[in-house]
Unconditional design. Sequence first.
Length: 79
Amino acid sequence: MKKKVITVSIVVYILTILFSETVFAFTQATYLGHSNGNNIICEPKADDIRYQYKSINGIHYRRLYNFTTHKPLSDRERF
């Protein structure tokens, strides 16, 4: 009985390996810009706005910074 259970489990394992399908996620490439001759110009849809951190004399400051235009959006605030 024990030998039969082992044999059946091995057969089931082999069959699942043989008949299983590999599933891949398909992502479609997005076109973000327009063509200028041979070059493709990508235009961002939104500005990249994040906090920029700095430590002055051991005191930590942060400010909002637009990394797309390289300009600060707020004054430094202590946190």
